[in-house]
Design a protein around this ligand. Structure first.
Ligand code: PMP
Length: 351
C-alpha cells in the first residue's frame, strides 16, 4: 500500500497485562489495592447526568487546579492538569523538548520516555545508572535538550536525595528539567519547594497510585507560571477539553480527604516493610524501595521462571526482558492478604 510510506510509525508503549478474570492477584501495574477516599464514592451518586450536556468548565466550586494549589500552598497558575501523568508528560515532551539537542534520561527508567521521544521525533540519549542502579548526576552536566527522570525511579523504586535532584536542575538552567514524581507519596521527598527557586523545573504527579484513581486518569504538573502557560498553549492547540466532568468532580473529593490519603499511603508502606523481610527470607535481594513496589531479584532462580510460575498461580507481577534487568521482578505492594498469598506461592517456587 503506497500510503504506508507516509505513515508515522512507532513502537508503542507496552503497559502491564490487565487480566479481566475474577480471583487474579494483580501486583503488576502499581495500582493502589485500596479504594479511593470515601467522599469519592459518595460524590459519584450525586453527579448529575444533565451536567454532561455541557463542556467541562472549571466552575469555582469544583476547581481541581485550585484545590490542588491550596493543598500544596502554591498558586493556581503554577498547576497544569491532564488525563493522567502520561498525558501531562506527553504534552511536556511536545512543549519543552524542541531544541533538536538530545533529551537525557536514565537507561533504566519509565519505558514511556523513549516512546514519546520517538513519536514526537525528539532526539534522546540514555545515561546508564551505576552498578547499584543509582543515577549519576555528572551524566546530566553535558549540553542537552532537556532532562527527565522519575524520583523515586521506576522500576527500581530508588529515591535520589533532594540535593542531588537540585544539582541536576541547577546544572541545566537553560533547559527544562522534569521530575516525574508518580511514586513520591510512599516515603519520597518531593522537589516541589524548588519550583520557587528554579523556573526550569517541572514536577509531575498523579492520582493513579497514592490516590487510588488510576481509572479516573488524573495527573498534574507544577512549576513556574510561564512553564504552565506554555503547557496550556500546546494542550489547547491539540484538544481543549481533555478532562471530563466526572474526573474533575471526583478528583476534588480525593484532595479534600487528606486523612484518608495519609492512612492509605501509610498502610502501603507498612506492608512494604513486611514484604522486604519476607522477600529477603525467601532469598531475594532488592534496593530499598521508596515506592509502592519492590524491584527484586532471586539469588538462585531466574526471574522469568518465577514470573511464569506465579502467573500459573494467578499472581501477576511485572518482568522485562531487557538488558541489565532481565533477572528482576517488579512486585506491586498489594493488601496484606494478597501479599500473604504471594509469599506462600514464592515459598513453593523458591523454598
Ligand atoms: N510515571 C511513571 C514513572 C509511571 O510509572 C507511571 C505509571 N505507568 C506514570 C508516570 C503514568 O501514570 P498515570 O498516567 O496513570 O498518571
Amino acid at each position: 500500500m503506497k500510503w504506508e510510506e507516509n505513515v508515522r510509525k512507532v513502537v508503542p508503549y507496552t503497559p502491564g497485562e490487565q487480566p479481566q478474570r475474577e480471583g487474579v492477584i494483580k501486583l503488576n501495574t502499581n495500582e493502589c489495592p485500596y479504594p479511593p477516599a470515601p467522599g469519592v464514592q459518595r460524590k459519584i451518586a450525586k453527579l448529575e447526568a444533565d451536567k454532561m450536556r455541557l463542556y467541562p468548565a472549571f466552575p469555582e466550586k469544583t476547581d481541581l487546579a485550585a484545590e490542588l494549589a491550596a493543598y500544596y500552598h502554591i498558586n493556581k497558575d503554577q498547576i497544569f492538569i491532564g488525563v493522567g501523568s502520561d498525558d501531562v508528560l506527553s504534552v511536556a515532551f511536545m512543549t519543552f523538548f524542541q531544541s533538536g539537542k538530545p533529551v537525557l534520561f536514565p537507561d533504566i527508567t519509565y519505558s514511556f520516555y523513549d516512546v514519546w521521544a520517538d513519536v514526537y521525533k525528539i532526539p534522546y540519549e540514555t545515561k546508564a545508572l551505576d552498578e547499584n542502579f543509582r543515577i549519576r548526576t555528572e551524566d546530566y552536566k553535558q549540553p542537552n535538550g532537556g532532562v527527565i527522570f522519575p524520583n523515586p525511579n521506576a522500576p527500581t523504586g530508588i529515591l535520589m536525595d533532594l540535593d542531588k535532584v537540585e544539582e541536576i536542575i541547577a546544572a541545566n538552567r537553560d533547559v527544562v528539567v522534569i521530575v516525574d514524581e508518580a511514586y513520591v507519596d510512599f516515603g519520597g521527598v518531593s522537589a516541589l519547594p524548588l519550583i520557587e527557586k528554579y523556573d526550569n523545573l517541572l514536577v509531575v504527579q498523579t492520582f493513579s497510585k497514592s490516590r487510588a484513581m488510576a481509572g479516573m486518569r488524573i495527573g498534574y504538573a507544577m512549576g513556574h507560571p510561564k512553564l504552565i502557560q506554555y503547557l496550556n498553549d500546546v494542550k489547547y492547540s491539540v484538544n481543549s477539553y481533555t478532562m471530563n466532568y466526572t474526573a474533575l468532580e471526583l478528583g476534588v473529593e480525593s484532595v479534600r480527604d487528606e486523612a484518608y490519603f495519609k492512612e492509605c499511603c501509610g498502610k502501603i508502606m507498612k506492608t512494604r516493610e513486611k514484604a522486604e523481610k519476607e522477600l529477603a527470607g525467601l532469598g531475594f535481594t532488592f534496593p530499598k524501595s521508596y515506592s509502592n513496589f519492590i524491584f527484586a531479584s532471586h539469588k538462585k532462580i531466574p526471574a522469568q521462571v518465577i514470573f511464569d510460575k506465579l502467573k500459573e498461580n494467578d499472581i501477576y507481577v511485572r518482568h522485562w526482558n531487557k538488558d541489565r534487568i532481565e533477572n528482576y521482578l517488579r512486585i506491586t505492594i498489594g493488601t496484606d492478604e494478597e501479599m500473604e498469598a504471594l509469599y506462600a506461592a514464592l515459598e513453593k517456587i523458591c523454598g
